[in-house]
Design a protein around this ligand. Structure first.
Ligand SMILES: [Zn+2]
Length: 139
């Protein structure tokens, strides 16, 4: 079993309303020579929680932090004019919270962060995950 110290939230950097799903990301990541979707979970705009890698597997989503983390990606993160934006639909917000609640129960010592909290060069996931999920942080 891996030791999970971080749950990292990402956006896919697609424009609001993108119909992308896990299968598309899986295809794209395979085209890069990876062994399938780099995230553990993907949440398309309809709020489905799609499973990519198993939690036992190391992901490929955040340089230097993959070994000890779980990666979740919601589809979106860009406004219609291509700027970083929190484009989560109500269904995505609901599912993301539900998933994080379950992961928090399973990994109570893991910090929930956004990709940008680990790499200041990034806007991803275009909202403040640390404060939004303050109630699910280790205490
Ligand atoms: Zn990211």
């Amino acid at each position: 079993m891996r030791t999970i110290t971080l749950i990292i939230v990402h956006c896919s950097a697609n424009r609001a309303g993108s119909a992308l799903r896990l299968a598309d990301i899986d295809r794209y990541h395979r085209s890069l020579g990876w062994k399938g979707c780099g995230y553990h979970y993907v949440i398309p705009t309809d709020g489905t929680i799609e499973t990519g890698r198993t939690e036992a597997e190391v992901g490929a989503h955040c340089k230097k932090h993959n070994r000890h983390s779980i990666g979740i990606c919601y589809i979106g993160g860009m406004s219609a004019d291509g700027k970083p934006a929190d484009t989560r639909t109500d269904a995505q917000r609901t599912s993301l919270r539900k998933l994080l609640e379950a992961l928090h129960r399973k990994y109570p010592r893991a910090l929930i962060v956004g990709h940008r909290d680990l790499d200041p060069q990034k806007d991803c996931p275009c909202f403040n995950a640390v404060s939004e999920y303050a109630d699910l942080q280790p205490h």
